[in-house]
Design a protein around this ligand. Structure first.
Ligand code: MN
Length: 288
């Protein structure tokens, strides 16, 4: 039995800025029903936006904490530079992915790279938050810098998939994950039809980043998400135009989700603890 479409998630009417560098639309977040998106927590779609050349300091967001989950940043256009309190950091550009495990606590900053800031140009990225099982929430932070060249490409009639995490057509992605997850950057040519191997039991979503696709008779457009049933396996997608899709599947984590800003834990007590720990400097410090 194939998966069925459970919902088409429409984008919010208005976006917002994260710092002064990221014009985002939150396509889903932990403010809603977290059971149906688990193990995912939030997806911010930044851009597409064209930045003018900037003579001043690079735009972005300064030091802030995270605890209890992972942030996955996928760059389509532009360049982002990051530094964190665990010593991780670097610049990621088109095609690169940063998979940061905040776990027990991290402080980081996210800015446009100096080069991109100065030159300006098209900017487009996704930041996905992935929940951690309760037993891993207080583990050590980790940072996976995954370059475009490290991401294998699976090709098929009318399209290709960059396999960031999980498996597509027997090709394995480089990201290490705590729970079973697939993250595919899928590109389809107009008229292409593909059957996606969405696993039985997985929360499964297709995020339309650009173009228009047809799924189970439903028309899905830019910044909309198709959310499928966890029951069943596989779904067929037809591209009505050239399309850029982000496919997310994951085994749900059957634990409470209590989110407060940059902290996502399993209880109010753990959130209070996170705030106390952050305020007393227990998240470490950025190297100056
Ligand atoms: Mn952050």
């Amino acid at each position: 039995m194939a998966k069925t479409v459970e919902a088409i998630i429409l984008p919010p009417g208005n976006g917002h800025w994260v710092g002064d560098g990221f014009p985002v639309r939150s396509l889903f977040s932990y403010q809603g029903d977290t059971r149906v998106i688990s193990p995912f927590l939030l997806l911010d779609y930044a851009g597409p936006h064209v930045f003018a050349p900037n003579a001043g300091a690079p735009r972005g967001v300064g030091q802030h904490p995270h605890r209890g989950f992972e942030t996955v940043t996928i760059v389509y256009d532009g360049e982002v530079s990051h530094r964190d309190s665990s010593g991780g950091g670097g610049t990621i550009g088109t095609g690169d992915v940063q998979w940061m495990t905040a776990a027990g606590g991290i402080i980081h900053e996210e800015f446009h790279s100096a080069g991109f800031s100065k030159a300006g140009g098209p900017f487009r990225m996704v930041q996905l938050w992935v929940n951690l099982p309760a037993k891993d929430k207080m583990g050590p932070p980790k940072y996976q810098a995954i370059t475009d060249a490290q991401i294998p490409v699976a090709t098929f009639a009318g399209g290709r998939a960059r396999v960031i995490a999980g498996t597509f057509g027997g090709i394995h992605g480089p990201a290490t994950t705590f729970t079973p997850i697939n993250v595919w950057d899928l590109r389809l040519e107009a008229g292409a039809e593909v059957k996606l191997d969405l696993p039985e039991g997985h929360t499964s979503m297709i995020v339309v980043l650009s173009g228009r696709v047809l799924v189970d008779g439903r028309d899905v457009r830019e910044a909309e998400i198709v959310r499928f049933s966890t029951a069943g396996a596989g779904a067929t997608v037809r591209a009505d135009s050239d399309a850029m899709l982000l496919v997310l599947t994951g085994e749900p984590i059957d634990e409470p989700v209590v989110g407060y800003g940059p902290f996502v834990m399993t209880s109010e007590d753990e959130i209070r603890q996170a705030i106390t720990d952050f305020n007393s400097g227990r998240f470490g410090q950025m190297a100056s």
